[in-house]
Ligand binder design. Structure first.
Ligand SMILES: Nc1ncnc2c1ncn2[C@@H]1O[C@H](COP(=O)(O)OP(=O)(O)O)[C@@H](O)[C@H]1O
Ligand SMILES: [Mg+2]
Length: 251
């Protein structure tokens, strides 16, 4: 069995007396979309914030690509190849879609390229930005100002900005939040396309999206892992049906 790309061991984050993440040990395999579900307040976003370095763990360890990354800064972690999106949209509204994606590509340029061979670096950044724009399905909106595209397209753009940084692991926090039916269908299609070649940790409430996209599934409740495994196995588990799916899920 190959080493997982990312592993947490006894990960904990406490806010005062509240253990938002409480002893979470999980393995995330390379090339797999691993969804994390659970009721509001379960600790899903806190878990992502720990993985991206925005929060420092109270206890436990995070191992990425065989390396202990516990306590590293968000910038270091991003440079090691972990990219994340936020629950709230963070595009630059007055810039075009292409400019947004290019800014993201530029921000992740290796520091050696920032000074040497400016022309080469620029064309590399532009190519990366074009690829990311195509990958997120927004080539047709290339020169549209971000504030003028639909909310769903802004969510696609966020994913494009993430792809432009070429992460080996993508952390997505509710990419469907706030999207309408048609928009969410397009974002799900985008996630399905990404699922082929990317390792993704996906927090998502929409169970149709989870079942359409994910291979592995973890259910969190009260900061702890209730169940983890293949989507099929977790979906069938008694504990999950009782506690979370309310017995309504069909196997
Ligand atoms: N910065 C913080 N300070 C204090 N409590 C927090 C903070 N962030 C999250 N929490 C609490 O931790 C728990 C888990 O929150 P969160 O990770 O956002 O859950 P989820 O994303 O699953 O809805 C909640 O009870 C929330 O109120
Ligand atoms: Mg959340």
């Amino acid at each position: 069995m190959a080493e997982p790309l990312l592993r947490t061991d006894g990960l904990r984050k406490s806010f005062g007396a509240l253990h938002a993440v409480n002893g979470v040990s999980l393995a995330f395999d390379k090339g797999i979309v691993h969804a994390v579900i659970g009721p509001n307040g379960a600790g899903k976003s806190t878990l992502l914030n720990l993985l991206s370095g925005e929060l420092t763990p109270s206890a436990g360890r995070i191992t990425f690509a065989g390396r202990d990354i516990t306590g590293l800064t968000p910038d270091r972690i991003a440079r090691l190849g972990i990219g994340r999106s936020y629950q709230k949209t963070n595009v630059f509204p007055s810039f075009t879609c292409f400019e947004n994606v290019r800014l993201a590509a530029q921000a992740r340029l290796p520091s050696s390229m920032r000074f040497v061979g400016a022309a080469d670096a620029l064309s590399e950044v532009n190519e990366q930005a074009e690829r990311a724009l195509m990958a997120c399905g927004l080539s047709g909106r290339r020169n549209a100002v971000a504030s003028s595209v639909s909310y769903g397209e802004q969510r696609q753009l966020e994913i494009g900005m993430l792809l432009a940084t070429q992460p080996s692991l993508l952390l997505l926090d509710e990419p469907l939040a706030g999207t309408g039916h048609e928009e969410s269908r397009r974002v799900i299609e985008l996630l399905q396309r990404l699922a082929g070649g990317h390792t993704i940790i996906l927090i998502e409430h929409d169970m149709d999206a989870v079942f359409a996209v994910a291979g592995q599934l973890t259910v969190m409740v009260n900061g702890e892992v209730l169940e983890t495994g293949t989507v099929e196995a977790v979906r069938r588990s008694r504990a999950v049906q009782d506690a979370y799916l309310g017995g309504g899920a069909t196997p």
